[in-house]
Design a protein around this ligand. Structure first.
Ligand code: FAD
Length: 317
């Protein structure tokens, strides 16, 4: 009997892939914040995510705490870190040092970001300007060390924008930039937060039409309070959904009711994204597990069945 060809390969090859699951964490700024974060990490670890991402401050403002968190995730948990790295204003030498530090620690996934530009917009001579510059630099460092990875690749993620980036002239320009980041070597993208159920589908449609083929993973934020939504809006420049804000406000002091409304809205965003073909979900946790777990519990994502957490912990250590 001849070996099976791909045409009559087992159906498992053609079966839909499991939905990827990941969380964003930020390095703690105090011992108390560290305690909360570690409780969160333990709770999230039990859901067996594919990776957790660790944010990075502009100009490496939290370089040491970010690298400490990456180290501890690798040494003390079964989780795989995806390290964010911002580049604007940094020199190629400074940034290749950080890339090498990450690779030395065993990191094999980097989210290549620009970060916020200085207010006056003036960058030192020779400094990196765009995320695309960082992707190219990471690929150059990787090339020099490729034997170490058994010629495997470092996975490079980038940011994508369902609504226009605040500094961009148009949404079409954002898509051109995403395509340029793919051409420079990006392997996948994670989206900025968004508030309307049609926005992820629209981004994916426009990106695919322009030739973007990499996975574009929706970033979903559990929207549990007006305070959080407003903070998020000021950080990201994404206008919040006014009707959601009204509904949350109408709950008044009833925190449980507001939470229910917010979780409902986040679940609707995630469901619409999955319906549009999202290959995974990336949850912005704000270092708290409860709301993310509530969203997940409502979604019943198709996830791979893996050994229990206890077994994975035993195998890892
Ligand atoms: P870029 O892709 O470089 O784009 C920035 C701007 O420049 C856009 O307006 C784009 O249109 C324009 N542009 C890009 N390339 C070109 C070009 N070749 N020519 C002309 N214009 C160009 N920030 C942090 O500080 N730390 C984090 O850890 C962090 N994590 C994030 C994670 C995710 C998933 C997302 C979506 C954002 C994150 N950010 C983080 C925020 C991010 O740094 C900002 O959104 C920043 O303003 C843009 O970063 P970028 O990587 O998209 O930049």
């Amino acid at each position: 009997m001849s070996p099976p060809t791909l045409i009559d390969a087992p159906t498992s090859i053609a079966a839909p892939a499991p939905v990827a699951l990941s969380y964003e964490l930020f390095p703690p700024r105090s011992p108390a914040a560290s305690e909360t974060l570690w409780k969160t990490i333990r709770e999230l670890e039990a859901t067996d995510p594919d990776y957790v991402s660790v944010t990075y401050g502009v100009s490496g403002s939290n370089h040491d705490t970010a690298l400490d968190l990456v180290d501890r995730l690798q040494l003390e948990t079964t989780l795989r870190p995806l390290a964010h790295l911002t580049c604007v204003g940094g020199s190629p030498a400074e940034l290749s040092t950080v890339v090498n530090e990450l690779l030395d620690r065993g990191v094999r996934g980097i989210l290549a970001l620009r970060g916020d530009t200085p207010r006056d917009g003036v960058l030192p001579q020779g400094a990196l300007r765009y995320a695309q510059d960082l992707i190219e630099l990471i690929r150059r460092v990787e090339l020099r060390r490729s034997a170490q990875f058994a010629a495997g690749k470092v996975a490079i993620g980038v940011a994508a924008y369902p609504t226009k980036h605040p500094e961009s002239p148009s949404e079409a320009h954002d898509i051109e930039v995403l395509l340029a980041k793919q051409r420079s070597g990006a392997d996948f993208a994670i989206t900025q937060v968004f508030f309307h159920t049609d926005q992820y589908a629209s981004l994916l449609h426009r990106a695919r039409r322009a030739g973007v083929t990499i996975p574009v993973i929706p970033g979903i934020m559990p929207l549990t309070s007006v305070r959080r939504i407003e903070k998020l809006a000021s950080l990201s420049g994404v206008l919040p959904d006014a009707s959601l804000v009204d509904r949350l406000r109408s709950a008044g002091d009833d925190e449980a009711a507001a939470r229910g409304i917010g979780i409902e809205a986040s679940v609707a965003l995630a469901e619409a994204a999955l319906e549009a073909g999202a290959p995974g979900l990336h949850l912005y946790t704000f270092n708290e597990h409860e709301a993310s777990l509530e969203v997940l519990a409502r979604l019943s994502l198709p996830r791979p069945s893996r050994p229990s957490l206890a077994a994975r912990r035993r195998a890892a250590h």
